[in-house]
Design a protein around this ligand. Structure first.
Ligand SMILES: [Zn+2]
Length: 166
């Protein structure tokens, strides 16, 4: 299990809770590299998290699909595969609060938020797909937003902590 704080995958399980009615097993883990504690929520295969699409259709959550979308947004940008996988891990970690269903929009926004701290071009590309910019005006509005936010906070955030959602 990859540590959401330092990204290492060397941890010890301290405590496991019995499976609950939603089919979720909770485990308290201790990262051996940074000594931080985190909780993982593991789902039984038979009870996948369902993603609710904007037209109300549902499909099982698919990590490959999210990763594919992020990869596409990051194409030809100076972003390593490892960074992308960490981003996907961090998004999945945030999904722990959702047990049965999650709106696809929520997943998209979580990924966007993390991309924002990594690469502005990838961020805008991803936003154009997920927010479904229907016209050039909403696209330009997002670019303006981005520029405004950039000038407001000039201090470079630590990427690792950005990925961990801190
Ligand atoms: Zn750690």
């Amino acid at each position: 299990m990859r540590c959401p704080f330092c990204g290492q995958s060397d941890d010890a399980v301290m405590d496991s809770r019995p499976i609950d009615s939603a089919g979720v097993i909770r485990r308290r883990r201790l990262c051996k590299s940074c000594q931080k504690r985190f909780t993982t929520y593991e789902r039984l295969e038979e009870m996948p998290l369902m993603v609710v699409k904007s037209d109300d259709r549902r499909e099982p959550y698919d990590r490959a699909k999210l990763r594919e979308g992020v990869l596409r947004a990051c194409e030809k940008r100076p972003i390593s595969i490892d960074t992308i996988d960490q981003l996907v891990d961090a998004v999945e970690y945030d999904l722990k609060d959702y047990v049965m269903e999650i709106p696809s929009r929520v997943i998209g926004e979580k990924a966007l938020k993390k991309l924002h701290d990594i690469d502005q071009v990838a961020y805008v590309r991803f936003a154009s797909v997920y927010r479904n910019f229907s016209d050039i005006d909403s696209f330009l509005a997002e670019i303006r937003n981005l520029k405004a936010r950039r000038t407001r906070s000039k201090n470079p955030e630590d990427r690792a902590s950005a990925l961990a959602g801190k």
